[in-house]
Design a protein around this ligand. Structure first.
Ligand code: BG6
Length: 506
């Protein structure tokens, strides 16, 4: 693969956790793989009064802790590409300092004006920083392209997302804006495209004629940790569903794109998101469940309830769990329910999509009669990344005793050291100008448009309960009732792809 063009990456919010845990380790991995531009520099920007040395020490510490690269011998050389600038990004008067630093680096390293500005800051700066950059002509592409990467959440609801988008488009072009959703950078999420469009056996069945329902889960065993204040203003719906899970829905449900061109793919995913049937206030009550984790004991260890976490209102109604049932009103999916759920303090960390195929039209074998279909395709996003197909098989012996068995593929079967981190892929794509795996403005608006009635109903209808669930369980029991079919419930995934069951070893 060719290296990206020479360029400079500016990270706003450089003293934050994301920079240390994800961005710098991803950049170091690209360095080890020889995929960084030949001439490249990173400027960390934040208000904290650090200098180059202190900043390098901090990120070195982060690299030693969080980098998955076995070879750490190149860290010191890599750090030479990194420098720091302390400015108040809210104040337009400080931008000439950044502009000056960029010019100096460009000159000394012989790098053209190609620049990425990565906004790893609190969301209230997502409009301010691009505006300040533009006011100081730092978005001017005359001496080289300029791109801006915006972290999630992109907006707080539909109106704020529209406002932010309008503000950005006031001084930047859509093709300069990269709205990051790290789920799209996950190998296993990208593999949904390959699974569907390179294997002739799946696509003919991938529709309302053969699919009974689709289920997507993203569970986490951790609580809100030190992010209480952020989470209070967000909740599971905004934090995970509006972006990560609905983007996965887009890929699972899209039509085949005309090509691999970024707009061809994004044109298809946006159609899916725009076709989700809107909720009425009554349907929100029936089809959406919210929950909040309660104190409990896990493996003998006491675990705090959400309301006891630091920075959380003791009477908070913020949801740490959300489950939704909805329909996609188009020819492919008409009438097929989609179920998605996410939560903190669930039994294990697991993300997966399950395609449940319809049962056979006629039960030939006795004993098979009351069963749901044997056929499920599980696309495991993490951990134990892989795919699992379930099918019915005759147990050896007399009669026709049918059992469901597994056929599985695990990424660990491949002879690769590790699966690249999502940020590695996304940073590299932005460096090369490929926006396929970034959310386009219209897709973000479509997800907010779908979720706005839920946010409204939760705010205005005090009869909609926030259901408590003990930390370490699979969320409120009422979520089981979303799946209205008898003998049918969510898949309760375990750490290992091939196992499931509500009480399985986690
Ligand atoms: C982030 C959310 O976007 O995704 C976090 O803000 C969540 O709350 C995280 O923990 C989950 O990402 P992953 O890659 O660990 O599934």
């Amino acid at each position: 693969m060719n290296r990206p063009e020479n360029q400079i990456l500016v990270i706003f919010g450089a003293s934050g956790d994301l920079t240390k845990r994800k961005l710098i380790p991803a950049l170091y991995s690209l360095e080890v793989l020889g995929l960084l531009p030949e001439k490249f520099a990173i400027i960390g920007v934040s208000r904290s009064g650090m200098n180059d040395e202190i900043f390098r020490e901090i990120i070195k510490d982060g690299l030693l802790k969080f980098s998955e690269e076995k070879d750490k011998s190149g860290i010191d050389a890599f750090l030479q590409k990194v420098s720091f600038l302390s400015i108040n990004a809210e104040d337009p008067a400080t931008y000439p300092q950044l502009s000056h630093k960029l010019s100096e680096l460009r000159q000394s390293l012989d790098i053209p004006g190609n620049t990425i500005y990565y906004l790893s800051t609190p969301p209230n700066l997502y409009g301010v920083i691009p505006r300040n950059l533009a006011q100081n002509l730092m978005n001017n592409p005359d001496d080289g392209w300029k791109r801006v990467i915006i972290e999630k959440p992109f907006g707080y609801d539909l109106q704020s997302a529209i406002d932010l988008n309008t503000s950005l488009l006031g001084s930047w072009q859509e093709d300069q804006i990269y709205r990051i959703d790290h789920y799209l950078g996950k190998e296993t999420v990208q593999n949904v495209l390959v699974t569907r469009f390179t294997n002739g056996i799946f696509e003919p069945l991938w529709n309302r004629n053969y699919v009974h329902h689709v289920e997507i889960t993203s569970a986490e065993s951790i609580g809100v940790e030190n992010r209480g204040p952020y989470y209070e203003g967000s909740g599971a719906l905004r934090d995970m569903i509006q972006n990560h899970l609905l983007q996965v829905v887009g890929l699972i449900a899209m039509e085949p794109p005309a090509s691999l061109n970024s707009d061809a793919i994004r044109n298809e995913t946006v159609k899916v998101l725009q076709s989700i049937r809107p909720y009425s206030p009554e349907e929100v009550v029936k089809s959406v469940i919210r929950g909040q984790y309660l104190a409990s004991t896990i493996k003998g260890e006491p675990i705090k309830g959400y309301r006891d976490e630091t920075g959380v209102d003791p009477h908070s109604k913020t949801e740490t769990y959300a489950a939704l049932k909805f329909y996609i009103d188009n020819w492919r999916w008409g009438g097929v329910p989609f179920y998605i759920r996410t939560g903190k303090r669930l039994p294990t960390r697991v993300s997966e999509a399950v395609i449940h195929f319809k049962p056979t039209p006629h039960y030939l074998f006795a004993g098979d009669r009351n069963n749901e279909s044997h056929n499920k395709l599980v696309i495991r996003i993490q951990p134990d990344e892989g795919m699992l197909l379930k099918f019915g098989m005759k147990m050896p012996g007399k009669g026709f005793d049918v059992h469901t068995v597994n056929m599985d593929f695990h990424y660990t079967d491949l002879s690769i050291d590790r699966i690249p981190d999502a940020y590695e892929r996304l940073l590299l794509d932005c460096m090369t100008g490929d926006s396929t795996l970034f959310a386009r403005g219209d897709a973000v608006m479509a997800t907010w448009k779908f979720l706005d009635p839920v946010l409204e109903a939760w705010k205005n209808n005090s009869c909609i309960p926030v259901l408590g669930y003990p930390a370490g369980t699979w969320g409120p029991e009422r979520a089981d009732d979303l799946i209205e079919e008898p003998n049918m419930t969510w898949r309760y995934p375990c750490k290992n792809l091939s196992d499931d069951g509500i009480y399985c070893e986690l």
